[in-house]
Design a binder for this molecule. Structure first.
Ligand code: NAP
Ligand code: F7E
Length: 338
């Protein structure tokens, strides 16, 4: 079996590569040219991978790679994946996150690989926007309304619908994994959970000097997310492609945690308790009576998605998928390995 992974140098690409190698796949990974090395997450398995330069937004490149390797499975994990950044890079995010997947779908169709090649598209819980609140729902499943609130999510919604369209119109095995947030010690440094863990481990609790530079500057404390471990999610991605019929699946833990609570949990690993004082942009977190956490509107987004929690019942029933990590063991792993 040959798997082609777009986005192999990212968090999920690295864990998925490990999983597919264990299963005996030939893994071909598409990496971007970068002015500094971008393979740190896969360097430990580099000699087992076939790595090629490419870019999902380059139509000819995508066609050529798919024709050359004729993969049995394509995992499209490539994306400008930072929601806040997407407000500043609207068109670029659209080129990569919406039109990139279209390049892949077209290449498979036009290369006569429809019967041979399955495609996994990295869809996201961001597609739902604030549906939990506006529709008074308790959790999000495959049928919940989608109301994206960022350029990132709007681009991903285009790709999500193109996948469904290709499945219906061309009878292709193409699927969306609608994944809730997932994290690990390999997470990008500017996502909130990684930022908090790095601050605690290498900032606040690593020194007795409590200077300005050691404080955590943070955005919305009361946003909540359904945080899982990336290792659990890549198991789910693979399972979704092993079904006899192509279907979309929501993956998540079903447990929501606020940013505030995530900070408290991380601090408790260092034996510390956070005391919150003030409200809104004036709210501050104190540890042992010292100012440690400052709310900074710089990290607010023009449009905020306040609350996400997934309902993975379909995945549990049909894929027999279940996350192994809980929010607490996820934090243990992060503090240990980051
Ligand atoms: P990530 O760490 O940001 O990795 C993204 C990958 O895409 C990196 O390998 C990156 O290359 C590559 N990439 C970016 N632009 C590209 C382009 N134009 N052509 C080819 N490759 C490109 O993201 P992740 O957390 O692993 O997430 C994987 C996928 O799942 C993404 O599509 C993301 O949007 C989606 N998703 C993530 C989550 C989550 O919570 N992690 C939840 C739902 C959906 P560089 O290494 O060179 O930057
Ligand atoms: O933010 C709040 C922020 O950037 C989580 C991507 O993988 O998951 C990820 O997107 C929450 C938001 O992830 C800071 O406002 C507060 O409410 O870690 P994040 P995200 O936006 O949920 C989805 C499912 C994806 O598909 C994406 O690819 O935390 N927040 N203060 C902050 N966020 C950041 N980044 N930095 C802060 O200082």
């Amino acid at each position: 079996m040959i798997a082609l992974i777009f986005g192999i140098t990212g968090q999920d690409g690295s864990y998925l590569s490990e999983l597919l190698l264990e299963k005996g796949y030939t893994v071909v990974g598409v990496m971007r040219r970068s002015s500094s090395f971008n393979t740190s997450r896969i360097d430990h398995i580099r000699d087992k991978l076939i790595l090629v330069y490419g870019d999902v937004s380059d139509t000819a490149c995508v066609f050529e790679l798919i024709n050359k390797f004729k993969p049995n499975e394509i995992y499209n994990l490539a994306a400008q994946s930072h929601v806040a950044v997407s407000f500043q890079l609207e068109k670029y995010t659209m080129d990569v996150d919406a039109l990139g997947p279209l390049n892949i779908l077209q290449a498979v169709r036009m290369s006569n690989l429809i019967d041979k090649c399955k495609v996994y598209q990295a869809s996201t819980s961001e597609l739902y926007g604030n549906t939990l609140i506006t529709h008074n729902l308790t959790s999000l499943d495959e049928n919940s309304p989608m109301n994206p609130v960022s350029p990132y999510a709007i681009a991903k919604l285009y790709a999500y619908h193109m996948v469904k369209h290709y499945r219906k119109a061309f009878n292709m095995f193409v699927v969306n994994g609608i994944l809730q947030n997932h994290e690990s010690s390999r997470r990008g440094d500017n996502f909130v959970t990684k930022k908090i863990v790095l601050w605690a481990k290498y900032g606040w609790f690593s020194t007795s000097l409590k200077e300005e530079k050691n404080k955590l500057h943070i955005g919305r404390l009361d946003s909540s997310r359904d945080w899982s471990h990336a290792k659990d999610m890549v198991r789910g991605m693979w399972s979704i492609l092993q079904q006899s019929e192509p279907e979309d699946f929501v993956l998540g833990s079903g447990v929501r945690t606020t940013v505030r609570s995530f900070i408290e949990k991380v601090c408790s690993k260092f034996g510390a308790k956070v005391e919150w004082r003030g409200e809104g942009i004036d709210e501050q977190g104190y540890i042992n009576d010292e100012l440690a956490i400052v709310v900074d509107p710089k990290y607010y987004r023009p449009n905020e998605l306040s609350d996400l929690v997934g309902n993975p019942t379909k995945a549990k029933e049909k894929l027999n998928w279940q996350p192994e990590y809980t929010i607490d063991t996820l934090i243990d792993e992060r503090v240990e390995n980051s």
